[in-house]
Design a protein around this ligand. Structure first.
Ligand code: BG6
Length: 282
């Protein structure tokens, strides 16, 4: 069987042996295994019972990224904090196995809808290939009026040693440095490496970025119809302050998150917007 559902988790299996798992809570991808190697980080302290967004995997940030003064929603919005509907298999052949999830405003509790009162329908498709994982949304504005939103795929990559990791493809981009009170900085390095807390929103980034996991493993992160790329590692002190993250786990993860977050995406009433990412082991 290419897919299986058990206890609100969907399991995908590709004929090559690659696998993926998606929790219905937040439609969060929680595992991606290629060549018997897990590529996605999930904290051993992550809550899996629906009481908190899963600390790891690929949480979806929607309709806001971070917090917004004008919108009274929790950090990174509500999409990662609610159960989605599993709408079934989209594709199953030798190339790819694909499943789809849905979230509509009417599935949200009244309290949440009061805080962001737009009508929308979100579809999220997760597609597993031999060496690829594609995660794509389509968002329909079911209001008559325009609404604005942010969307981001908060991907946590599992890495054996953070000091050997490099992100390529960000050179010359301007970024908001959240560690330095949000000042704007221009990236000068060809390879961005991590040796302290990093929390940066790189703006208007090229579509293909490479994550060198160590000397012999690289993941290409290709985004579609998304402008920005966030790079995050909490490092020592911030790691200690997170209840659902082990003190030492900052050594084994990096978030490289594609999204449109520096500016609002504006979607006219009745219109549909599509975007996503393809991760490829290269
Ligand atoms: C990153 C943000 O995307 O997510 C960070 O840039 C934030 O500022 C991090 O700390 C984790 O957020 P949360 O809400 O999952 O703890």
């Amino acid at each position: 069987m290419p897919t299986k559902e058990s206890e609100q988790v969907i399991y995908l299996q590709h004929p090559s042996g690659s696998t993926a798992e998606v929790s219905l809570f937040g439609a969060t991808v929680t595992s991606w295994v290629v060549e018997n190697v897990e590529r996605i980080f999930v904290s051993k302290k992550a809550k899996r019972d629906g009481t908190k967004a899963i600390r790891g995997g690929i949480p979806i940030c929607f309709p806001i990224f971070g917090t917004k003064e004008k919108i009274d929603l929790p950090q990174h919005g509500f999409a990662r904090n609610h159960y989605w509907e599993y709408t079934g298999i989209m594709k199953d052949d030798d190339d790819e196995v694909s499943v789809r999830f849905g979230l509509k405003d009417t599935q949200l509790p009244h309290e949440t809808r009061k805080r962001w009162s737009h009508s929308f329908r979100l579809h999220y498709t997760v597609t597993l290939g031999e060496k690829t994982l594609k995660t794509f949304f389509s968002l329909k504005n079911e209001d008559e009026d325009t609404f604005e939103f942010n969307m981001l795929l908060h991907t946590y990559f599992l890495v054996p040693d953070i000091t050997k990791v490099a992100v390529q493809g960000l050179t010359s981009c301007e970024y908001i440095d959240k560690v330095q009170n949000g000042i704007n900085v221009t990236e000068e390095n060809e390879k961005v490496t991590i040796n302290g807390e990093v929390d940066r929103v790189y703006k208007k980034v090229q579509d293909k970025v490479l994550l060198e996991v160590n000397n012999d493993s690289t993941i290409q992160i290709e985004k579609f119809n998304l402008k920005d790329t966030v790079v995050w590692n909490p490092w020592i002190e911030k790691a200690k302050s997170m209840a659902d993250f082990d003190d030492e786990e900052y050594k084994n993860m990096i978030c490289v998150e594609v999204g449109s977050v520096a500016e609002w995406v504006v979607l006219a009433g009745g219109s549909t917007w599509t975007a996503g990412q393809t991760l490829t082991i290269v």
